[in-house]
Design a protein around this ligand. Structure first.
Ligand code: ATP
Ligand code: MG
Ligand code: MG
Length: 548
């Protein structure tokens, strides 16, 4: 009883079950622990876990850790946390490195069958003799080594006799194959590197393209789902399964990877942003990582809805980043309290309000969701408003405060400006207004109308707060995933402001989410907030013209 919308991979699974090709479904999410997960990975996670769920199958989390140079336990832990946070629980937790012994034995089997040989050529020589789309490759001078010699050399590679790059194990397939991936691809390389899981037990490591099909077969994966770049690898995937005589035969299927406008989406590039300190770590709220999105204030529900809407396609495309924003607004609209925050404060003195008096006013917590109830907010002679809610000489159609004009203070009274104070540089530092007690919010006053409603916070009890506003990290819509992305970094991707929130926010906890009237949705930052001084990340502004 499939729960999510249909797509071509799901149709393949349905056919396979109906035809009896498979009688159950096993998928896997196979990250390499060489960085943090990004929203592209979220697509693969949702696809694999939801597909198995739909058919009462299983999904493994498998760390594809065959390249010790780039892998680290820190990444393993972060990946586990992110998968769980997205709302998924794996059936089996595996490491490709747990299968190194079996992979080695399968490689020995290939040598015995005359299907693999040790090459002494350098990586460069191998690259140059591989040929091209229009030109066949050339056989290595070592291609016809005897099985005995190959077995001996491979054992000595394992025992550590040779240096990195001295020798390599290659499949013996066809140097003139039209598919370059079948021109004797590498199976094992020498790397005297400590591995995060196996330590120094090994100094040879299987290549990804050899290891991956074996991992799937060992785990009994039925549908091995990967991104389109691996389409040309499929014949080699099937070759490995067949020639290594794997009992279980998984099948590979490819779908289009998720790309988003103005977004870097490759661990390699994201790592560069971290290493070069363009951002403040993998979980910087500007990063498209799961941890960055979480810290910015995205919810698992919004991310899951987004990747579902993006769909599972057979050809690559780029999704508008505003679609992601659409889904977080939808998710938070009815869930998050709506309160007032002043990001760029300007003091207002209400000159006819009694000095020393503070009254409590009633405010709705969410005008679209009455179930969220009401709260009380203080009001007194001194309040803060936004600097740009006052202009000395306003343009046409400016309905906020200016000398002689009256506005509504949200949840409070009408106030009218009669004076203002400037400093020596000519900046307005203080506004003087009068209020009209008849106009109290909720009193049903209809005597006259005003065109502008502005927000505010009472000054004596206001809680100081920091606000961090984000813009896209990459300026060019399309350049996010090209090598030139560093030339398109937005120098103004972060703006930090010091302002005030309502006093009741002193109990806000990290990851609490609010809608600040007129400003958008904000999240309490997990790392920068301090008791009595919350730091808010803007998740998204209130409105977008984007329609899904
Ligand atoms: P990157 O290029 O960002 O380093 P990767 O594919 O090398 O990504 P892996 O850790 O190997 O990273 O990815 C784990 C799984 O996530 C793979 O099955 C991969 O196909 C999938 N995946 C990675 N990026 C995307 C994406 N943008 N959209 C959909 N799936 C993705
Ligand atoms: Mg990879
Ligand atoms: Mg990669």
């Amino acid at each position: 009883n499939p729960s999510v919308s249909s797509h071509f991979i799901k149709n393949i699974v349905i056919d396979d079950l109906q035809s009896g090709k498979v009688n159950h479904v096993v998928t896997r999410f196979p990250p390499e622990p060489n960085g943090y997960l990004h929203i592209g990975h979220a697509k693969s996670i949702c696809l694999n876990f939801e597909l198995a769920d739909d058919f009462k199958g299983r999904t493994n989390l498998r760390f594809d850790d065959t390249n010790p140079l780039k892998e680290d336990t820190e990444y393993v832990e972060a990946i586990k946390e992110d998968v769980r946070w997205l709302g998924f629980e794996w059936d089996g937790l595996f490491f490709a490195s747990d299968y190194f012994e079996e992979m080695y034995e399968r490689a020995v089997l290939l040598i015995r069958k005359g299907k693999a040989y040790i090459d002494d050529q350098s990586a460069e020589e191998i690259r140059l003799t591989r040929g091209s789309l229009t030109q066949p490759g050339q056989n290595s001078p070592h291609r016809d080594r005897s099985v005995e010699e190959n077995l001996d050399l491979f054992a000595r590679m394992r025992s550590g006799e040779f240096k990195d790059g001295d020798k390599i194990l290659r499949a013996k397939i066809d140097m003139s194959s039209p598919n370059i991936n079948l021109r004797d691809p590498a199976l094992y390389r020498i790397s005297h590197t400590t591995h995060h899981n196996t330590g120094d037990a090994w100094c040879i490591y299987p290549m990804y393209a050899f290891a991956h099909p074996l991992e799937d077969a060992i785990e009994g994966v039925t549908h091995s789902i990967c991104t389109l770049e691996f389409e040309d690898q499929r014949p080699f995937y099937d070759w490995v399964i067949a020639e290594c005589e794997m009992e279980h035969q998984p099948k590979q299927y490819e779908f289009a990877r998720l790309n988003i406008t103005n977004t870097v989406m490759s661990k390699r590039f994201l790592k560069q942003l971290v290493d070069e300190k363009i951002v403040d770590g993998w979980d910087d709220p500007r990063m498209p990582t799961i941890s960055g999105l979480r810290r910015k204030g995205y919810t698992p529900e919004a991310i899951r809805s987004f990747v579902r809407e993006a769909g599972v396609a057979k050809s690559n495309s780029t999704v508008d980043e505003r679609m992601l924003e659409h889904f977080i607004r939808e998710d938070l609209k009815l869930k998050s309290p709506r309160t007032m925050a002043v990001l760029r404060p300007l003091k207002v003195i209400i000159t006819n309000y009694p000095e020393g008096q503070v009254e409590m006013l009633e405010a709705e917590n969410n005008s679209e969701n009455p179930e969220m109830g009401n709260r009380e907010i203080p009001f007194s002679r001194e309040i803060y408003i936004e600097q740009d809610d006052f202009m000395e000489t306003p343009p046409n159609k400016y309905f906020r405060l200016f000398p002689g004009n009256e506005v509504r203070l949200k949840n409070a009274y009408f106030i009218k400006c009669h004076d203002f104070v400037k400093d020596e540089q000519g900046n307005v530092t203080e506004i003087h207004c009068t209020y009209d007690i008849e106009t109290k919010s909720g009193s049903g006053f209809t005597g006259r109308k005003v065109k502008g409603t502005i927000h505010w916070v009472e000054a004596s009890q206001a809680l100081p707060a920091e606000f961090r506003l984000y813009e896209p990290l990459i300026l060019d819509e399309e350049k996010g995933d090209s090598d030139s992305f560093m030339e398109h970094i937005n120098p103004n991707s972060l703006e930090v402001l010091q302002g005030f929130v309502e006093s009741n926010m002193s109990s806000a906890q990290p990851q609490d989410k609010f809608q600040f009237f007129r400003h958008g949705y904000f999240n309490v930052d997990t790392k920068r907030s301090e008791p009595g001084k919350p730091v808010f990340n803007r998740i998204v502004s209130l409105k977008s013209s984007f329609v899904v």
